[in-house]
Every structure is written in C-alpha cells, then in structure tokens.
Design a binder for this molecule. Sequence first.
Ligand code: BG6
Length: 482
Amino acid sequence: MEPANQFPHDFLWGAASAAYQIEGAPHADGKGPSIWDTFAKIPGKTKNGTNGDVAVDHYHRYHEDVALMGQLGLKAYRFSIAWSRIIPDGDGAVNEAGLQFYADLIADLKAHGVEPVVTLYHWDLPQALQDKYGGWESRKVVDAFAKYCRVVFERLGSAVKYWVTFNEQNVFTALGYRWASHPPNVKDIKRMYAANHVVNLANATAINLFHELVPGGKIGPSFGYGEVYPATSNPADVLAAVNANQFNNDWWMDVYCRGTYPVKIMRTLQSLNIAPEVTAADDQLLKSAHPDFIGLNYYHGGTVEAPTHHTPTTTKQLTNIDPYLMAGDAENGLSPEKLLFHSVENPDLEKTAFGWEIDPVGFRVAFRQLYEKYQLPILVTENGLGALDQLTEDHQVHDDYRIKYLQQHLLALKGALDDGVPVLGYCAWSFTDLLSWLNGYDKRYGFVYVDRNDTDAKDLARYPKDSYYWYQKVIASDGETL
Ligand code: BG6
C-alpha cells in the first residue's frame, strides 16, 4: 500500500486532445467528412467561422508533438480517433491508411514511454451516417458504431490498454439536439432524449464488444460531471439540488454504471411527453454492460434554488446556455428544469476570463460522489483552464494562472486519494493548444503554445509554456513538488 496522501508511482500523469480539434488534414489518405467538417462551415455557427481544416496540423506534425510529450515526461496521452478516417462512409469499407495513422501514433507514444488512452467518439460522427440514417436518432448507427469499434479493437486492442467510449455524451446531445449549437443543428428536446438513448445503447454495445475482444483492457465513458450545490440550507433548495444532480449527472451516470435511468427524472420527462422509449431489450442491454472505470471530465458544477421560491432580485439568474448545467428557459415551454430547479450564480466562486466557475473543492466532491455511488476507479480524462495566453517576443508564455489552476485541482485530487478514492490518473486538457469548438483558437488550454490564431494559421510553431516546465517537475517528483 502507498502511504496515504501520496500519488501512486504508476499514476498516469497525462494530457488530452480530440481529433477534430488538433488533426487538420480533413481529406488526407481517404478520410471521409464528419458532421463537424460540415457544421463548422455554416455561417455564424462558430467564432469567426473557425474550423478544423488545419487545426494545429497534428496529422502531419505528430512526431514533433510526441517528442514534446516525451521531454515533458508525460505518462499518458488521451486522444480520439476520427471514425471517418477508419470507415470514411461510416459503415462501409475500412480505410487502411486511416488505421495506419493511429497505429503509427500509438507506436510513437509507446517509444516515448507514453501510455495511449484512446477515445472512440469525440463528437465527429461520419457525415454519411447523418445523411443516410439521421445520425444518433437511428439505431442503425449503433450497428455502425459496433462495426467501427470492432475494427479498431481488433487492430489496436493489443497495443492500447485504456479506452474511452463516448466523450461528454451530456454535452454533445444537449448542444447538438437541444440548442442547435453543435451538429446536427437541431432544437428539439424530445429528439435530444431519443438520440441520447440511442447513444446509451451504442455505449453498452461497445463495452460488451470490448470485453469480448480485448480481455486485458479497460474501458469506460468520459462524462462531463459537475456537482450541483443548493443555494441555501432551505430544504426546498436542497431538494432542488437533488433534482439538479439527478437531471444533470445521474441521468447519464446511472445508465452507464447501473443500466437504469433515475426514476424521478424519467417521470418528469414523461409528464412533458419528452421521455425516451426504453424497450425490454434495451433495458437488458444497458444492464449487461459494465464499464471498468469512470472517465471524469471536470470543469465546474452549478448552484440552484427551488424552482418555486426563487427571488430574482437577490440571486442572479443564469440565462446562458451552459452544457454542464442546463439552465433552459428558452424553448417551447418544454423545460424540465422549470419543474425541478432554478440555476443561480454562486457568490463564493471566482470565474475564469471565459466565465467558467473555478471550483477545485467541487473536484474533490466529484471524486467522492462518483466513487461512493458507483464503486469504480476514476480516470480524470479532462480538466484545465481556457485562457487568452500571450506569446512574448522571445517565445515564452508566462501562464502562472494556469499553473495555479492545475495545482489547486491536483491538490484536490490528492485529497480524494487521501480520502480513499482510487484515481488512476489525470489527463489535463490539453497537451497543445487546439481548436475550441465554439471559441476558436484564442481560448487556449495547452501546455504547448501553437502559434496560430482564428484568421491566420501562421507557421504553427510549438512553444512550451511555463506550465509545461512546471508539469515536468511535478511528474518527475511523482507529485511531491506540487
Ligand atoms: C470539453 C470537451 O467539453 O471541454 C473538449 O470535451 C473541449 O473537447 C473542452 O474543448 C473545453 O471546452 P471549450 O468550449 O472551452 O473549448
């Protein structure tokens, strides 16, 4: 046993990325288009019309990026596979060149002592599956996903131990089907819950297939979790927070880990006629799949009061569309939130320059809640700070604010380890700077600065930031120098 309050020696000190946000090369070596290739070209949908056509050109520069990971001493790197590189039309012929790209990347990572953590789906569905079947609203896409998973498990399963099924299902279904701010650009909450149920079936199918094909491996979903606090100790606010946690978190986590939807939320959705239809066969499938770990993406949670007694004069109402805490008053009168909770500002938390709450204690709360509820080890698959970094004339980035953010969150993680929660590793978001889906290239998260902006891809040169050298020391000391 490790002494308490220390990072284990095999802790996966990592960093993360996603295909569309870094690779570029949308047509290279037979890749088919994804729904993001299409959506980002719709005028007005992304900041300054930014898209991933070039991104940070990782497809052509991955050797350089992996070498920088090696120098940093990274122990793990989470990246996603672009499905349409492997099967360009979604469910037809396999593209060997696409598979080879990821096989080469994985070999390179391992040569540098970096453990690959592979995400199967980080939001870039092959466009052909949207066109042919209607995307995640069709159960045909579950079969297509299973086919794609089989191909990559058979080809890459012996080299990769850790796999993530879906990245932030809560975010891509809400933004894609409820708010029309991600593809497929739909604004219909009933369709959101229907599509979300199909994704649950795909998740369970992939997990079962993985356990059949890759016996020694580990697989789990990555969920965007944020604990929701009651605004006061008024019991009505506490009940609202219970509702909000079941609505925002358990609605997904219970299905992943127990195969059931929370009953109160199901009833609320049924009362609005927006609940998904769950057949007996679906129920059986969901209960049959057991993830090996929980992938935790943590940025922030939320705060709520009772829906009936809020007083807008004393608490500031949230109206923004926030993927991590639905505060939906906007559409069609079909707002389950109105029956369950009312989101408010938390006066005790500071925010980033982009308006996201900074709450390291909430990170510890997340570990504790998830572990005690589901009894699975936790791998942090994302956590980080988006900021407007400045490159100095001598190519440095003094991102002390990011160091502070990461340090506070790693100390909270250390607290969770001390509490007895098995935490496998921590993948900071992100390794290099990359495309923020809706915020372009100026909202930066990386340990490595990439010299480009929204309108000019420049030379895409890589410059390690101060946080890179800080993380290098943290890793070298097994977290002792935090
Ligand atoms: C997560 C996603 O939601 O947050 C990432 O998994 C994303 O892909 C990250 O980039 C940060 O979000 P944003 O909007 O600041 O880029």
